[in-house]
Design a binder for this molecule. Structure first.
Ligand code: MEV
Length: 447
């Protein structure tokens, strides 16, 4: 490999040109790597073009497993939920939780609110009271100036629902916000919100410049930035499962009764509410489910994650997003989570598999998809905590990981059968599998 050098005009090279530059500069076996990168191109060039156009400097596609979780019952409806995730046990765990709750009333879910937020951050040296007194006039101006952007959304029942003037000068000199609330119906709405905000910042500047009652030097405003907020605590969904404790059944092959399980599960949730190290891992388990469905349906999992973690810290300390309660013989487990997602626009209609995912879910509204994603997160969380307080996580994890180890060691089909059967009741580790395979391979009689 040569020492990396600065390249100019890279984005203007053709895809093949980009690959050529890359393999010649960074790989010892350029031809082989070029072939490999091209082998992940979509067979149909028209479809590949869609992927190329999603992003800049695309040279190939990066595959991840696309799996499904059948039997997830939400509010009495059955869903087969698509998930894109590389972590071995996530789909299996969610499927097991879906099956478990199917026999106990299924998942329930409700939408609490669907408001999204955007802000124009501005710097202004004028008299706050004067601007405050004129604010209803400014709001009318903003609504009129953004009407060409909001007209379609308004026809669908959405648009700008609130505009506030927020005085932040107690925290930062001359700092104010226009805080705007949006309804974006079935779209995630990021482009819509940002377009409205940029137009609103122009309205604000024009409005302030026209105010004769302001001192001349106060007729100027500096727009710092206009951007949506990914923190959407009022775009919120609640999902839950509940049943009598006795209906939980037995765990760990009969070694743990329902009451002990409920007690330990409840304690595990309390720990995730008081200990930040546990809370982070606990919430990671929730996002294993949420991100996987978000990805499969073409939604922005980074926005969802950043919002979820902020929400988890909303009262000043980072906590579990889910909660449990054992009361009057009932076990209840629930999750409140903000989810700003869409089922139209963006990747949802462009990515061929995202489109299929939505079809698989019955082409849901954004609200319905919020409930599905939240339930997948709770299912995943239930499965993880169930394993943790019963058998431990490694049993299931390593069983699923076994196939990865076997693939890594290039096991043949015959070897896979023998190894899977051997490790049925044994602890799986990379070393143990490698040693067992070595024995198999050096002793042809066992093959
Ligand atoms: C692993 O990806 C997720 C878990 O660690 C979640 C948890 O501990 O609750 C199993």
């Amino acid at each position: 490999m040569k020492k990396p050098t600065i390249v100019s005009g890279f984005s203007k090279l053709s895809k093949r040109g980009k690959i050529r530059w890359l393999v010649e500069n960074f790989f010892v076996n350029p031809e082989e790597v070029a072939r490999e990168l091209k082998s992940f191109w979509y067979g149909d060039p028209q479809k590949q073009k869609i992927f190329d156009d999603f992003s800049e400097n695309t040279i190939s596609n990066f595959y991840l497993p696309y799996g499904v979780v059948p039997n997830l019952e939400i509010n009495g409806d059955l869903y087969c939920v698509p998930m894109v995730i590389e972590e071995s046990s996530v789909v299996a765990a969610a499927a097991a939780a879906a099956k478990f709750w199917l026999k106990r009333g299924g998942f329930k879910a409700e939408i609490i609110a669907t408001h999204k937020i955007g802000q124009v951050h501005f710097d202004w040296k004028g008299d706050y009271t004067k601007l405050h007194n004129l604010f209803s006039e400014l709001k009318e101006r903003i609504l009129a100036d953004t009407a060409h952007i909001t007209s379609n959304m308004r026809k669908r029942g959405g648009g700008i629902s609130q505009i506030e003037l927020v005085n932040m000068t107690h925290l930062e000199a001359n700092y104010y916000q226009l805080k705007m609330t949006f309804e974006t119906c079935d779209s995630m709405g990021a482009n819509f919100i940002n377009s409205c905000l940029e137009e609103s910042s122009r309205s604000l500047r024009a409005f302030i410049s026209e105010q004769d009652s302001f001192a001349v030097e106060d007729r100027d405003v500096t727009i710092i930035m206009a951007i949506l907020s990914n923190y959407t605590p009022e775009c919120l969904v609640r999902t839950w499962v509940e049943c009598p404790v006795e209906d939980l059944g037995e765990f760990d092959g009969g070694n743990m009764d329902a009451a002990t399980f409920a007690y330990k599960f409840d304690k595990a949730l309390k720990i995730a509410h008081i200990d930040v190290h546990r809370a982070t891992t606990h919430n990671k388990g929730i996002f294993n489910g949420i991100d996987a469905v978000a990805l499969a349906t073409g939604n922005d999992f980074r926005a969802i994650e950043s919002c979820g973690h902020t929400y988890a810290a909303r009262d000043g300390s980072y906590k579990s997003l889910s909660s449990a309660k054992v009361e009057n013989g009932m076990f209840k487990f629930w999750l409140d989570i903000p989810l700003a997602i869409g089922t139209v626009g963006g990747l949802t209609s462009l990515h061929p598999l995202a489109k299929r995912s939505l079809e698989m879910l019955g082409n849901p509204s954004a609200e319905e998809l919020m409930m599905v994603i939240a339930a997948a997160g709770l299912a995943q969380n239930f499965a993880a905590v169930r394993s943790l307080v019963t058998t431990g996580i490694q049993k299931g994890h390593m069983k699923m990981h076994l196939m990865n180890i076997l693939n890594h060691l290039e096991a043949t089909e015959k070897e896979v059968i023998v190894v899977l059967s051997h490790f049925k009741d044994k602890l799986v580790s990379f070393t143990a599998v490698r040693d067992f395979l070595n024995i198999l391979r050096t002793n042809p009689a066992t093959q």
